[in-house]
Design a protein around this ligand. Structure first.
Ligand SMILES: *Cc1c(COP(=O)(O)O)cnc(C)c1O
Length: 432
């Protein structure tokens, strides 16, 4: 099919200006629509399940700010919490009561976290986990998995080397090869590769870091026993197991993937939802490890705005709402329904489509094979996603602007809204 063209004149004008002032016109690459083509729109405001562009178009939002907006946009409870904090001051540079309240909430929600420190982004959280694991174990090597994204941390922006058991190469300019050379990149769900990696390098491995449900390159779910295998190997070799739950924390269940799968990592990175829409990250875990952080221990970590009262007020409100509402079953059921209709449409059309789902997270991947690793995702036909994306956008539904990014829903995505969105996506599939 030909891509339907929508006109968003105000957005186009502003993007032209942005291109002159901001590299690529955006402050985070995927926002530039590079992989779907066309120009990004600019958002004027967002409320519940919708965002409104500066051109006045209202779109049903399946990006949800890339995960944080699990209550939809601008939830009144979160707004009120920010307002209450705002009148007291925006930043103090001293301890404040919100920090202790948030630490209590996180440690009660996630039993593997005995102590926690707040930071300002998910990237800071994973970066700090890596440094802490290295400081604690006094080892340098890191194991990560292809397809897992952990923010733009030097030692984690690494792609696999020439063989499964060779150390990695930088996945960005500006990262020293020697740095990347400390990181081993393995295929997710590959039991043999991780076993071999530990046999060959176990005594040098400081940490294994992973998204327990990798959700940054499609959605890859762990095979039964895989997470357990990692737990056991880390125990055997004295390596630190780090779950990056920046997306999945408080989204897959209140206690994250680790609660759902009943596996306790040593350290956990959090972000996104726990900021209630403001910039926040956190990392925490066993007290024995966390106590290595300055000022108590030798691992340095700090932040001028860490524990910011506005961000924590928003985050506390967002997380408390999740505890009260316990929306997880409903969120999962709603996505299952939507998924059923989309799969049916693809089937009728004879288009191979997989829709891996974990609760309110899902991804449409045009391929015949079930998704078990990054290779299964990259083997898909992204040529089918682009026209679907543009069809949806033209008709009022904002899907993530990349075939490899997951869709998120929120408690604001009610039945009526999801029915409307389903109709559009189904029509988009039929039009392919
Ligand atoms: C978003 C994300 C990060 C990075 O968080 P930022 O706040 O963007 O720095 C890290 N890990 C995972 C799994 C993420 O999805």
């Amino acid at each position: 099919m030909t891509v339907l063209l929508y006109k968003m004149n105000e957005s186009e004008k502003l993007f032209k200006k942005a291109l002159k002032l901001i590299p690529g016109g955006v402050n985070s690459p995927v926002r530039a629509f590079g992989s779907v083509g066309g120009h990004p729109f600019f958002t004027e405001k967002a409320k519940n399940a919708s965002i409104t562009t500066i051109d006045g178009r209202e779109l049903i939002d399946f990006v949800c700010s890339w995960g944080p907006a699990i209550h939809g946009h601008n939830h009144p409870t979160i707004l009120n919490a920010i307002n209450d904090a705002l009148v007291k001051g925006t930043s103090f540079g001293t301890p404040n009561p919100y920090e202790v309240e948030m630490a209590e909430i996180i440690t009660q929600a996630i039993s593997s976290i005995e102590k926690v420190r707040m930071v300002n982004s998910g990237t800071e959280a994973t970066m700090s986990c890596i440094r802490l694991a290295r400081g604690y174990t006094q080892r340098d090597k890191i194991v990560k998995f292809a397809g897992c994204y952990h923010g733009h941390v030097d030692s984690l922006l690494v792609k696999a080397g020439s063989g499964a058991l060779t150390f990695g190469n930088p996945d960005s300019a500006g990262i020293p090869k020697s740095y990347a050379g400390e990181t081993l990149v393995l295929p997710f769900n590959d039991f043999d590769a991780i076993e071999l990696a530990f046999i060959n390098h176990g005594e040098k491995i400081a940490a294994v870091i992973l998204e327990p449900y990798p959700a940054n390159n499609g959605l890859i779910l762990p095979q039964p026993g895989f997470l357990n295998k990692l737990r056991n190997l880390c125990d055997k070799y004295g390596s630190v197991l780090i779950f990056d739950e920046v997306i999945s924390g408080f989204r897959i269940s209140y206690g994250g993937v680790q609660e759902k799968e009943n596996i306790k990592p040593d350290l956990t990175a959090l972000g996104k939802i726990i900021g209630g829409g403001l910039p926040v990250g956190a990392f925490g875990g066993k007290a024995e490890i966390m106590d290595n952080l300055a000022p108590q221990g030798p691992v340095y970590q700090a932040g001028t705005l860490s524990g910011n009262p506005l961000a924590l007020a928003a985050g506390i409100a967002a997380v408390n709402l999740l505890k009260i509402l316990n929306p997880y079953d409903n969120l999962e059921r709603a996505v299952k329904k939507l998924k059923g209709y989309i799969l049916e449409a693809a089937d009728e059309k004879g288009i191979p489509l997989q829709i891996p789902q974990a609760g309110s997270v899902f991804c449409m991947i045009f391929t015949e094979k079930p998704i078990k690793s990054l290779n299964d995702v990259t083997a898909s036909n992204t040529g089918l996603f682009k026209p679907l994306f543009h069809y949806a956008l033209t008709n009022g539904v904002y899907l993530p602007p990349s075939a490899y990014e997951v869709c998120f829903t929120s408690t604001a995505h009610n039945e009526e809204i999801l029915e409307k969105a389903t109709e559009v996506i189904v029509a988009g599939i039929k039009a392919l």
